[in-house]
Design a protein around this ligand. Sequence first.
Ligand code: NDP
Length: 479
Amino acid sequence: MNETGLCELAVVGLGVMGGNLARNFASRGLRVAGYQRTVEHAHALAAAHPEARLRIADSLEALVKMLERPRRLVLMVNAGPAVDSVLDQLDPLLEDGDIVVDGGNSLYTDTDRRVARAESRPWRFVGMGVSGGSEGALLGPSIMPGGDRYAWERLRPPLEAIAARSPSGVCVTYCGRGSAGHFVKMVHNGIEYGDMQLIAEVTALMREGMGWPWGQVADTFAEWNRGELESYLIEITADILRAPDPQNPGALLVDAILDRAGQKGTGKWTVVAAAEHGVPIPTIAAAVDARLLSAAKELRTRAEAALRPARGVIQGVSPDDLRDALYASKIASYTQGFALLQAASEARDYGANLAEIARIWTGGCIIRAVFLERIRAAFAQAPRPSGPDGPELLVLAPDFAADVARRLPGWRRVVAAAAAAGHPVPGLSASLAWFDTLTQARGSASLIQAQRDYFGSHTYERVDAPGVFVHTEWPKSSQ
Ligand code: NDP
């Protein structure tokens, strides 16, 4: 507390994330007040971590009185109705200039609604993504605030104090107006789904398709983690593949884990948002679909027994081909994710800076990777004549274009060999199909336009008169 006996900031909701964020703020010398609906849990947290000197309030009324003004309150409660419930309770207690931050994984359209609500109230609202899991919350997360600019300036010192640091700087930036913070966090999670799926597919090819022992798979990921693929997810994959099964001496834990992936919805939200903004993100969509199919374990078991597709050994693929396929697919996936951010920023007036967003993902968050520094550099290039700075699409940046060209032969070999041998690679193949479609100036959609006009008089444009929509009375063989 300061000389007035007041705290500088409060955390509401002291669960896995809120408790650790509160301790992180305290460890940076901030005077932190805390409140949790289940008050005993809040007191237990404070007692377990006396060094944090958390001041626990037994009600929101008491919490508000503990804070210096204008107040700063960070909500870390479950996304959805819990956020509205806490806002309803805080609303009559707050005064001019007070700041409420929603740090949970809220759906960006909910944040839009809350931003609009706050506009008619004296308090200010910030929707903020936090990534890095519980450990990140305690030791340094990547933080993605958006919304009220005045509020950001007031939040900046404490957020910069607790955020992760990478060679590219402190991993927090103002992401843009309105719901930008939660939109950016959602796309972060969508990209995370893509990365995890691609890594899982390559692992399965090594193991099931090429018959490598787990040790060789783990060693290969550890080696890749010393090169261009260096990232948190590659690093933990090597660790995971070496972990022993505590219940089965001599066995590995990975073999004991059921192949049914969970999801909390942020990947699905990303796919829905991409469709609504007219941006194709097939790598991320394939990752969401793959999790859905993985969850249908019993159905897959019955289908395998009924259909018995031949599944053979992968031929003609080298470890370097696998690395190239993974890296090129990653470039495809990040190109899609950043294209979505750019489209949303324009459509929703976020004013997002893509270079800054890449920069704050270089540390603290689940997708942190050296690769993101290259993305930052690409988007920080000289301004384009119109539109945001940097390349029109990430893959068109000279650096990345050259990278993909170099990896294309290996990428094709992996996808073709996997398909030939019956091994599913939905992420790798969706990424390659996206690349091949993107780079085909004349595609197959002429026929789709003809069909639409045939059955629905939807009209089409001729190649020699684009912009002029015409209809044809198509000759019908059945008449
Ligand atoms: P926990 O379940 O650990 O904590 C949830 C907190 O919300 C508890 O303090 C709980 O209080 C409170 N709460 C729930 N419902 C209400 C309500 N109706 N009114 C008041 N308080 C309520 O969740 P996490 O800490 O993991 O997650 C919090 C937020 O952070 C979520 O939005 C989550 O998506 C997001 N997040 C989580 C990450 C993670 O790795 N866990 C990573 C990044 C973001 P009580 O105990 O009284 O129920």
